[in-house]
Write a protein that binds this ligand. Structure first.
Ligand code: FES
Ligand code: MG
Length: 586
């Protein structure tokens, strides 16, 4: 009986802040506003609880199938607690969960779908600000891309890394040690019993991968962009500090709405440059290159591979975290976390005078940040590596660029010429890689194509091609590998990735034949196919584009609009500039 509710005011009289975006729904007057108020009563809320208060959408990527986000169901409650206490009105929205470990062919196929969902939900509902809960690889860029496109006030809440893994007294890193011990098993050095124990020890708590994989790389990028609470990215998912951070994000978003601080205030060119710097200083995932280019595109800021290469030459790797280093995210947190690392980068490398959601400047945010363990977060004069962890390669095999994370490769391979062994797709590579008849030696250059944005599709993380069993047994631990694929942030090795354009659209990678000589020279930043122009022209003339894979559905939308790796793999119609009208709310 609605009549039992207190009558707060004349139904159409503006209450609280009528400047709010949500007031267009609730206070515009007329039938629609009457209906919105009636339906909010249907949700069980009194007018006093919400009228005139900032409506905060809590976008939650929680799902039963996403182990990295298991705890986000509870964390959303902490966010809401903060929102209520600050005088806002929180409403939780479940959004697509992109679970790196389960989704086929790869969640990268769906990053832009979550970005679209984020954008359109925020646009179409009475929302004044958003708190975005994510962390498993693609969820961070997706949520921020969508939110940047709507440009409302927003705070990102990183899911946080899982606790360290353990096995027989050893510390295990998810991803990284999975690859390592799978190779041990293939080499016959461990058996089924060890493998079963490892299954129980690799990932032992809720949270994202606790190596410096794509998840921690991207949540750290979000933190330095200034759109998380300070220090948020490294807090272990199950630490009580994580709940407090979530509540703080809820408190914060309400004041951001009240002060009108939209995301674009923070997502500036300088902020994106600092994100590149930070990703490099962390020895972070190569996936960050694609994601940051796509995110900056949504902010209307062109970012290119050359920005990464330029900044990479200047930035020391300070985080001694696997796979490039020794420790894990939990150690990184205890050592001072991202604030400690950023303080060490300081004004030599960062733009400290730009605002963050929590402070007037990054400088102010980092004041008093300490490092408690110089082994985990190194000093600039004792870095894990000088000159950044990443190099952008170009040459006749990668006219639009390719990447190598050279700090995780064996140094003797960084300048290497060898004969190509070509695989047209991942399946045939899996089937044949261990066949000694292919004549693969430690000097061979393994080439995988058909694995790019369209060819994969979704650029699966196939880039760390397996070393043939018989070579592993001989003690070969790294080889030069080339592909148009991505590589997991937890992978390692002399793997040249993101070759653009990809083979599927006729990039030169499509023209390589087994036996061709290929030269990688990281110092010179080149990747060369040693085949004459005339011969390449003959091969190009004979090349047939593969048939379109999808006849309908999301896949068809994807294949018609996806861009190449060097421009961020966004959809053309999402990344281009252009106006989108606010929905008519009358
Ligand atoms: Fe989710 Fe690694 S699988 S972060
Ligand atoms: Mg990953």
């Amino acid at each position: 009986n609605g009549g039992a509710d207190p009558v707060a005011r004349d139904a159409d009289r503006p209450a609280g802040d009528s400047e709010l975006r949500s007031a267009r729904w609730y206070q515009a007057g007329g039938l629609r506003s009457f209906s919105h108020r009636a339906r909010t009563r249907q949700l069980g809320f009194l007018p006093e609880e919400h009228m005139g208060k900032p409506v905060i959408a809590v976008l939650n990527t929680w799902s039963d199938i996403n182990p990295c986000h298991q705890h986000l169901r509870e964390r959303a409650e902490a966010v809401k607690r903060g929102v209520w206490q600050a005088g806002g009105f929180p409403l939780e929205f479940p959004v697509s969960t992109l679970s790196e470990t389960f989704q086929k062919p790869t969640p990268m196929l769906y990053r832009n779908l979550l970005a679209m969902e984020t954008e359109e939900l925020l646009r179409s509902y009475p929302v004044d600000g958003a708190v975005l809960l994510g962390g498993c690889d693609k969820t961070t860029p997706a949520l921020l891309m969508g939110a940047a496109s709507v440009d409302l006030p927003a705070v990102f809440v990183p899911a946080g890394p899982m606790l360290r893994g353990h096995w027989r007294g050893e510390t295990l890193g998810s991803g990284t040690d999975m690859w390592k011990y799978w190779d041990e098993k293939r080499a016959g050095r461990i058996g089924d019993r060890e493998l079963a124990e490892l299954e129980g020890g690799l990932a032992r708590s809720p949270g994202t991968c606790m190596t410096m994989g794509t998840a921690s790389t991207m949540t750290s990028a979000a933190e330095v962009l200034g759109v998380t609470m300070p220090g948020a990215a490294a807090i272990p998912a199950v630490d009580s500090a994580h709940s407090r951070m979530a509540a703080a994000a809820g408190l914060r978003i309400v004041s951001l709405v009240r002060s009108g601080a939209r995301l674009s205030r923070f997502l500036t060119r300088e902020a994106y440059e600092d994100a590149i710097t930070t990703v490099l200083a962390l020895g972070g995932s190569t996936n960050a290159v694609i994601h940051l280019i796509a995110m900056a595109g949504r902010s209307g800021l062109p970012l290119s591979l050359d920005d990464f290469d330029r900044i990479a030459r200047e930035v020391p790797v300070l985080a001694d975290v696997r796979p490039g280093g020794r420790y894990l995210m939990e150690d990184f947190y205890y050592a001072g976390g991202l604030p400690g690392l950023l303080a060490r980068l300081g004004e030599n490398h960062l733009h400290l005078d730009r605002p963050t959601i929590a402070h007037d400047s990054l400088r102010e945010q980092l004041a008093g940040a300490l490092v408690h363990d110089d082994e985990v977060i190194r000093t600039p004069d004792n870095p894990v590596a000088t000159g950044g962890g990443l190099a952008v390669l170009r040459g006749n095999l990668a006219p639009d660029g390719a990447l190598i994370k050279h700090i995780s490769a064996e140094p003797h391979l960084l300048r290497h010429t060898g004969p190509a062994v070509v695989f047209d797709d991942y399946r045939s590579m899996q089937r044949t890689i261990n066949d000694p008849a292919l004549g693969i030696t430690a000097d061979s250059v393994l080439v995988l194509r058909g694995s790019g944005p369209l060819g994969g599709p979704g650029m699966p993380e196939y880039g760390m091609l397996p070393i043939p069993d018989y070579l592993l047994k001989q003690g070969v631990t790294d080889m030069v590998r080339l592909s148009d694929a991505r590589m997991s942030g937890t992978s390692y090795g002399a793997c040249v990735l993101h070759i653009a354009p990809e083979s599927h659209v006729g990039g030169p990678l499509a023209l390589v034949r087994t036996g061709d000589a290929i030269t990688l020279d990281v110092e010179a930043r080149t990747l060369r196919l040693d085949v004459s122009e005339e011969e390449l022209a003959r091969r190009r003339a004979a090349w047939q584009p593969p048939p379109a894979r999808y006849g309908r559905g999301y896949g068809a939308l994807y294949q018609e609009h996806i861009t190449q790796a060097d421009t961020g793999c966004d959809f053309t119609f999402l990344s281009r500039p252009g106006d989108v009208p606010e929905p008519y709310a009358g």
